[in-house]
Design a protein around this ligand. Structure first.
Ligand SMILES: Nc1nc2c(ncn2[C@@H]2O[C@H](COP(=O)(O)OP(=O)(O)OP(=O)(O)O)[C@@H](O)[C@H]2O)c(=O)[nH]1
Ligand SMILES: [Mg+2]
Length: 635
């Protein structure tokens, strides 16, 4: 894996945050540096090193690294290796830290302290931050930091990663110059491999906890009680299915009003600009570029913002609540059937947002074969860029009505498409299981964090970041490609006396017609064929492209109309279904392939993935189209 080696904050002493997964390193990092890195309630959220800058009260500038969580200094998975390499000074382009802040979870000192002992042996100056002080207090645990400091022989401070000012003690401590002196006795240790002192460490930790009167286990009864239902062999899976299903219902039924409002606003804008700008000469072209290119294209994508916000709201709430590892646990058996483990669940779930963070998250999977298979199937999870395409087609072809009095039919179809992606992924994993040896059966060891009420601020920040990403795509790649397509679809203009719309004589029209030969067997017309090409860069561009292509196809006598009714009139149901099937499988995203190349260190995997996904997409669309035709959906 190649980490980015750009230093945003060159110079200054380097401080690294190290600790077990889910102990609150990133929350603390955000407090210290003012960053907004992702924080969530499950192990393995951070999988690469992140950099930030901190200025202490005395004005000293420090570089701070947030690292993936690790259980020990013997890395078992690629994310743990990132932390290991930094601590041993082997990370490419990064110097060895000048100070290590060991973050420990006050409610789980037994395990956290073992890592502290191992880090201490590295010979780097180190301090301990006892995080989650608030949770410990709520459970009647008081960690005497002064006594712990005496036991460990390093400074210890208390922190609360989720509260403003929860890092004050740590910040103050960083101004102490004696902190940065390397312990002379251990200086020779810096390049030694991690020692295997685990048994002795175990005893040491037990002794420390005993002397601090912290050796009694205090069960977290609330989480345990919730888990009795959530992890129940019968109710658990029913609950999981219900939760997922309700999310899809909400995506459709809650978004109606805001989507209508955005659509009305964009129509109004188009009409306004249309009347303001003259329709002749150069201004006629400008008018067409703005109305048919920018507003019909990019505006057509912005409409789907409410659905994306609703989907992410639920994903963020699930991530913060601590439910995700439980879902992984419930699905472990099912995943075992196709040769994977519950470990793959969170990377695959992240892929519903976008395959890129999903593929990155596979770094938490220790088994290389499992990791590779998970990377291969991650693009089959329905990422949010597909949502506009699905929503457009569903809006055009599926009536807005209720089934059995309570279910929204459009939501039901959307759910089916998501399920189709999941089933496709399971099928591919199952086929791969035939061709690869799985090694010995592994039991799933996964931490079940305590349930939290989702922090409104975190959910708010997470949502805002998703909105920013989406709008940046609309204003960036989507807008640029839509404008490029407008040019290709407008020039060369129609010859004298042409009867058909000008677009049919343009470069894009010619290209679309050539491509249509390939796509004709699966029912795509030339307009779709054109839209698929820029859609390779970003899936939503297919929607904006269709908006532009159809806006330009409107002849003088039939005024341009909204895209949804237009495709409902001109496409057959069979074509729409075939395009949906195409989007379930096709690898229409170059950035995903680039990420696979980076994570697997070569071109082999991205080529294999692109190849098999295109083949699968064509096959699925072909079958869908033919079956739909046979059922009379071709009219
Ligand atoms: N109550 C409480 N919750 C905290 C505190 N610090 C972090 N959290 C929560 O603990 C969870 C884990 O926090 P993260 O910062 O993502 O943990 P991490 O150590 O970076 O985890 P990985 O990146 O997976 O290793 C999140 O739900 C945080 O909101 C704290 O001091 N008190
Ligand atoms: Mg983290």
């Amino acid at each position: 894996m190649n980490e980015a080696i750009i230093h945003f904050y060159p110079g200054g002493p380097l401080l690294a945050l190290v600790g077990n997964p889910n102990c609150g390193k990133t929350a603390l990092f955000n407090l210290l540096t003012g960053s907004r890195q992702k924080v969530a309630n499950y192990a393995g959220v951070t999988v690469e090193r992140k950099e930030g800058k901190l200025t202490t009260a005395a004005g000293k500038a420090l570089r701070v690294l947030d690292l993936p969580g690790t259980y020990s200094l013997h890395p078992r998975s690629p994310d743990e290796r990132v932390t290991h390499d930094v601590l041993y000074g082997r990370a490419k382009g990064e110097k060895r830290p000048d100070l290590v802040v060991c973050v420990v979870d006050a409610t789980n000192l037994r395990r956290s302290l073992r890592l502290v002992l191992a880090v201490k042996r590295l010979g780097l100056p180190c301090v301990v931050a006892v995080n989650m002080q608030d949770l410990a207090k709520a459970r009647g645990l008081t960690v005497n930091t002064a006594a712990l400091a005496r036991e460990l022989g390093v400074p210890v401070v208390g922190t609360v990663g989720t509260k403003g000012g929860g890092d004050t003690e740590l910040r103050t401590l960083l101004d102490d110059p004696s902190l940065w002196q390397r312990p002379a006795s251990a200086a020779a240790n810096t390049d030694a491999p991690p020692s295997h002192a685990t048994d002795a460490d175990h005893d040491t930790v037990r002794g420390i906890l005993k002397r601090l009167a912290l050796d009694e286990l205090i069960p977290h009864t609330m989480s345990d009680r919730i888990d009795r239902v959530v992890l129940h062999p019968v109710f658990g899976p029913i609950l999981l299915a219900t939760v997922l299903f309700l999310i899809f219902q909400a995506v459709f039924s809650w978004s109606v009003a805001p989507m209508d409002a955005i659509k009305a606003a964009s129509d109004w804008l188009g009409a306004m600009v249309g009347t303001l700008l003259p329709d002749t000469g150069v201004m006629g072209w400008v008018r067409s570029l703005i109305v048919d290119g920018v507003i019909a294209g990019a505006g057509g994508v912005v409409v789907f913002l409410p659905q994306i916000i609703i989907l992410f709201f639920f994903i963020l709430v699930l991530e913060e609540s601590g439910y995700l590892p439980r879902a992984a646990f419930l699905l472990d058996r099912l995943m075992g059937g196709v040769g994977l483990s519950g470990r793959s669940f969170i990377p695959l779930l992240s892929s519903f947002a976008c395959a890129i963070p999903g593929i990155m998250a596979t770094r938490t999977i220790a088994n290389p074969r499992d990791r590779l298979v998970t990377i291969m199937i991650a693009p089959l999870m329905t990422c949010s860029a597909r949502l506009p395409v699905y929503a457009l087609l569903i809006g055009a072809f599926i009536p807005r009505r209720e089934v059995w009095g309570l279910l929204d039919l459009q939501g039901l179809v959307l759910f089916t498409l998501y399920v189709a992606g999941i089933l496709g992924a399971l099928l591919v994993a199952w086929v791969l299981k035939r061709f690869t040896t799985r090694g010995q059966a592994r039991t799933l060891m996964m931490e079940l964090p305590n349930y939290h009420l989702p922090n409104i601020r975190n959910v708010g920040i997470g949502l805002w970041q998703r909105v920013a990403i989406f709008m940046k795509r609309v204003g960036g790649v989507i807008l640029v490609l839509t404008i490029a397509l407008w040019f290709l679809a407008s020039f060369p203009g129609a010859p004298e006396g042409a009867t058909r719309p000008a677009i049919e004589y343009s470069l894009a029209g010619t290209l679309g017609r050539a491509l249509a030969v390939v796509f004709e067997p699966i029912g795509f017309n030339w307009q779709i064929s054109i839209a698929l090409v820029p859609g390779l860069a970003a899936r939503e561009v297919a929607v904006s492209s269709l908006g532009t292509v159809y806006a330009l196809s409107a002849t003088a006598n039939d005024t341009a109309q909204a895209l949804t009714p237009l495709i409902a009139q001109t496409w057959s149901l069979a074509t729409a279904l075939s395009l949906l099937a195409w989007y379930v499988f096709a690898p229409q995203c170059l950035s995903t392939l680039a990420t696979i190349k980076r994570e697997t260190n070569g071109w082999t995997m991205p080529l294999i993935v692109a190849g098999y996904l295109f083949a699968l997409a064509y096959l699925a669309s072909f079958v869908t189209y033919r079956v739909a035709l046979a059922f009379g959906a071709g009219g």
